[in-house]
Design a protein around this ligand. Structure first.
Ligand code: SF4
Ligand code: SF4
Length: 400
């Protein structure tokens, strides 16, 4: 457990939770779960929420509001990436500044701590800089993910309200082309240079397919040399156009088995931070050297859809995460009493075998529902690409 003194914390916003409070701080820049005693010391009162014993933060079924909301500011994008999860197109729908501003105010009222803008190509929305400033003025921390299209020196300077910009770069040695169907590495690298010049911290997002996996160490060296502070590895998702060639592009079992050691090597050898997304937790949790207590100690958590995470799509509908795009996974704006979100929230406790008896389930939370929906035809079955699930299915007695 980390210990802070209340006098060393510069609190941006805080809200009561059953375990104590969720606190967004400016110094250090972080979102923290604090216990009830610490919450009181920074002026939060829990009222009826604090009746009874305090649960552990990771054991709470759903927090009192979202921690992070992925806000799509447009469905428009001219790039035409072959695996675009949002199925963005050059003539995609784009809400106005006023519509988006109203949504941000609602999210602030819900207690949201950070806003991750996306699209489509979010930076093509003319008013993105104003939206970032508005999010800041409402007490939320804005960031954005971009392919780098349209980011020149002036546009980069206009984005200074962003706490971080993540540029998608799927790799060197032909990996970018293999993942997206065109070569966009140069555009991404120019954008990284402009953003760094403007003084904005830059992370790089790399989608892991068979091709980008094989180039990953070289890609990490390359983006570190460009000045990125973080490499965020994203599991390929069968959403939008990503459904079309998903089965040929997804990581195969051999590469999944090699992933934990590859991550250890990257962490040892590279200076930039290496992060994995929620959907990759089953891949590392299957490693025999990974223990539940270590995952919990480092706050590693799998599917957070509807628990701390919400996605707000360009058309104003919401879902547990931006990849959950089927009609039954989507609903109207809101956090409480939402059938679509409740199915995500209830899944970890109700997951069938082998997740039900899996020792790392409290951290993994049962794997990715979007992958399960596409590969198994049922979102509420175990993640079929988890090595533990594969092993259990291989050892199950066959019919007759
Ligand atoms: S369904 Fe869960 S694990 Fe999969 S992408 Fe969404 S939040 Fe992540
Ligand atoms: S068996 Fe289920 S809970 Fe365990 S690691 Fe795999 S997906 Fe996660």
């Amino acid at each position: 457990m980390l210990r802070f003194s209340t006098t060393s914390l510069r609190v941006r916003r805080a809200r009561a939770e059953r375990f104590g409070a969720l606190v967004s701080t400016e110094e250090p820049a972080a979102t923290l779960c604090v216990d009830r005693r610490m919450a009181q010391r920074i002026g939060v009162e829990g009222g009826a929420l604090w009746d009874g014993e305090a649960p552990s933060p990771l054991a709470v079924r759903a927090l009192e509001g979202p921690v992070e909301v992925h806000v799509a500011v447009t469905d428009r994008c001219p790039a035409g990436c072959s695996g675009c999860y949002a199925d963005a197109r050059p003539d995609g729908f784009e809400p106005t500044f006023e519509e988006l501003a109203a949504r941000l105010r609602t999210l602030a009222d819900m207690g949201t701590m950070s806003i991750a803008f996306g699209g489509g190509e979010a930076t093509l929305h003319r008013d993105l800089p104003r939206l970032a400033e508005l999010a800041r003025s409402l007490g939320m921390v804005p960031s954005v993910t971009t392919s780098g299209l349209g980011i020149d020196a002036a546009r980069a300077r206009a984005l200074r309200a962003m706490a971080q910009v993540n540029v998608s770069h799927d790799g060197v040695a032909g990996a970018y082309h293999a993942v997206r169907g065109y070569e966009g590495g140069r555009v991404a690298e120019r954008a990284i240079a402009h953003l760094l010049e403007a003084g904005i911290p830059v992370g790089v997002n790399t989608v892991l397919t068979r091709q980008s996996f094989d180039a990953l160490e070289e890609t990490a060296r390359h983006v570190e040399a460009l000045g990125a502070c973080e490499l965020q590895l994203v599991r390929l998702k069968p959403a939008g156009r990503g459904r079309l060639e998903y089965l040929d592009r997804r990581l195969d079992p051999t590469r999944v088995a090699a992933l934990p050691e590859l991550l250890r090597r990257l962490s040892r050898e590279r200076a930039l931070g290496v992060r994995i997304d929620c959907a990759m937790v089953p891949f590392i949790a299957a490693d025999p050297d990974v223990r539940l207590e270590d995952l919990l100690r480092f706050g590693v958590s799998g599917c957070e859809a509807g628990r701390s995470l919400l996605a707000l799509h360009a058309d104003g509908t919401t879902s547990g995460c931006s990849f959950a795009r089927t009609p039954e996974m989507r609903g109207a704006m809101g956090w409480n009493d939402r059938a679509a979100l409740d199915r995500f929230r209830d899944y970890p406790a109700r997951a069938p075998e082998p997740c039900a008896s899996c020792p790392v389930r409290p951290a993994c939370r049962g794997g990715c529902r979007v992958v399960a929906e596409f590969v198994s035809g049922d979102a509420w079955q175990p993640d079929p690409e988890c090595p533990r699930v594969r092993a259990a299915r291989c050892s199950a007695p066959g019919p007759g």
